[in-house]
Design a protein around this ligand. Structure first.
Ligand SMILES: Cc1ncc(COP(=O)(O)O)c(C=O)c1O
Length: 402
């Protein structure tokens, strides 16, 4: 018997996550016994640092399994303040911190606290897939700040000025970027800040989740270091997922003006309450303990990035710029589009990715998932062997197009 349900307009406005759909299909094929090389992962393939694992065990033994304050344990919020001072050049107090179930929830809480029906939220394009949907789930309208490969995916003041309006309530910035791997320069951030000066109502959400994953001696300039005047209206989003290989532990945070954090606390109080108590203890250990494991992971990502780029330099039809951060190569494969595979003309990267997965056994993420048709996102957060197999299959796939 089939039943018809009436879903909310907000839920109807969002699509199922395309990245999760690819991961699910790749998993299904693997379960059927197919050999799949995955370049679609969005998480480090390392275990949590040993001292973090020990802290979880110790917390469990001590019985730290009860509710904590909704915004997180005071010791954790202190540790986040210290981290933010170094990473983002922001002096904050624990009342300006909300610990959350992953950076994703921090962004979600901010959207719920700040956006109303009809408000506009500027998101960078190419965007992380969840930004537009979070904006829509808050009833607001995502408006895209277009960037281009031609200038290394840097935002420009002119592009931002062309999309800002009196209705812009939130501007989401993110460097290093998922999916492009671009690290935005201080000059680009300055241009952005100069435009924002004309829109004092707009609140900035600075998604710094990849700030520690930068390569080749590059440092990701912090927005508030370049534009300290934005401090009264900037919320920094960060977390343990990417830097400390803690994706499954779900521990992120927001640091910002007290009044905005208080409003976000209302959202969290009435939805999830505190993030997992054990994950909070894990995060305290990660932030206050030895940082060598983070550096070791960064060094290994840098090697894998160079390895992947070297392989791509020998693949015709792929233009892969060098990412300075995160763990993705955002490769231009537009030369394959409009050509044919086994008599079928392939017009977009969704279909191209399906063919690569189903026929050639490599999982990649289509650029259209990030609002940028003609590109594929290829993750190097995996072993060199997996990278080699993945790139070989991608090359074979593209070579089969006529
Ligand atoms: C740009 C960006 N922001 C936020 C997140 C969410 O991180 P978390 O796992 O902490 O929710 C991700 C994860 O893929 C991301 O790529």
């Amino acid at each position: 018997m089939s039943e018809e349900f009436q879903f909310s307009r907000r839920v109807q406005s969002v699509r199922p996550s395309p990245t999760l759909a690819i991961a699910a299909r790749a998993g299904e094929l693997r379960r059927q016994g197919k050999d799949i090389a995955s370049l679609s992962v969005g998480e480090p393939d390392f275990p949590v640092p040993a001292h973090v694992a020990q802290a979880i065990e110790a917390a469990l033994r001590k019985g730290a399994t009860r509710y904590t304050p909704s915004a997180g344990l005071p010791e954790l919020r202190e540790a986040i303040c210290a981290f933010t001072r170094t990473e983002a050049k922001l002096d904050a107090t624990p009342a300006q911190v909300q610990a959350t179930a992953g950076a994703k929830q921090a962004l979600y809480n901010a959207c719920q606290a700040l956006l109303d029906e009809g408000d506009e939220a500027v998101i960078p394009n190419p965007y992380w897939v969840s930004y537009p949907d979070m904006v829509k789930l808050a009833g607001a309208i995502p408006v895209e700040l277009k960037m281009s490969a031609a200038n290394g995916w840097q935002p420009t003041g002119a592009a931002l000025a062309s999309v800002m309006t009196e209705k812009t309530r939130v501007v989401i910035l993110g460097s290093p970027s998922n999916p492009t791997g671009a690290v935005w320069s201080a000059a680009a951030l300055r241009e952005v800040a100069d435009v924002l000066a004309r829109y004092p109502r707009a609140i900035v959400l600075s998604d710094d989740i990849y700030s520690k994953l930068v390569y080749g001696g590059v440092r990701a300039p912090a927005l508030l270091e370049v534009a300290p005047e934005l401090q009264p209206r900037t919320v920094i989003i960060h977390g343990c997922s990417k830097s400390y290989a803690m994706t499954g532990l779900r521990l992120g945070w927001a640091v910002g003006p007290k009044a905005i954090i208080a409003a976000m606390n209302k959202v969290q109080d009435s939805s999830t309450s505190n993030p997992s108590s054990l994950s909070q203890h894990a995060a305290i250990a990660a932030l206050t303990g030895p940082q060598e494991p983070v550096e070791a992971m960064r060094v290994s990502f840098e090697k894998r990035r160079d390895f992947m780029l070297d392989l791509f330099s020998r693949v015709p039809g792929v233009r892969a710029g060098k990412p300075d951060g995160a763990f993705y190569v955002f490769a231009d494969v537009s030369s394959a589009l409009g050509r044919s595979h086994q008599g079928e003309k392939v017009g977009g990267t969704v279909r191209l990715s399906e063919i690569l997965l189903e026929t050639f056994g490599v999982a990649v993420v289509p650029g259209s998932a990030f609002g940028a048709e003609g590109f594929l996102r290829l993750s190097f957060a995996t072993s060199e062997d997996e990278i080699r197999r993945g790139v070989e299959r991608l090359a074979a796939g593209l070579a089969s197009f006529t």
